[in-house]
Design a protein. Structure first.
Length: 119
């Protein structure tokens, strides 16, 4: 027994080390793709254009006259088309100069609040 070689044990042990390193590398690569996917999904979920559209309609209606005339229309269109709750308040009522508009947007994922003051 004293004359036997230990070379086969080293080969088996190196095989285990290499297989564990491949497994570890595969886990790291798998997690990096998941991180990229969730980042891209969060960017796509943010309703930037929807907020801009609603904001511009509210501000344009306040510049033309009393935005209270289109208040219910904006709320209903936002709710039925985009599944978003939009509310805004013009202070003082009737938007007489000087005035501010408080805009609230919530689609269940993103909540956005803004107070707009005309310049």
């Amino acid at each position: 027994m004293a004359g036997l070689s230990d070379d086969a044990q080293w080969i088996v042990m190196m095989g285990f080390v290499i297989s564990f390193s491949f497994f570890f590398l595969a886990m790291i690569l798998n997690q990096s793709t998941v991180v990229g996917q969730t980042t891209a999904e969060s960017v796509l979920d943010f309703p930037k254009n929807d907020i801009r559209d609603v904001r511009s309609v509210i501000i344009n209606s306040s510049e033309i006259g009393d935005p209270g005339y289109v208040h219910n229309d904006i709320i209903n269109i936002s709710l039925f088309r985009k599944k978003a709750v939009v509310n805004y308040i013009c202070n003082p009522t009737g938007c007489t100069m000087p005035y501010t508009i408080s805009i609230h947007y919530n689609n269940g994922v993103t909540s956005y609040n803004e107070t707009w003051v005309p310049s």
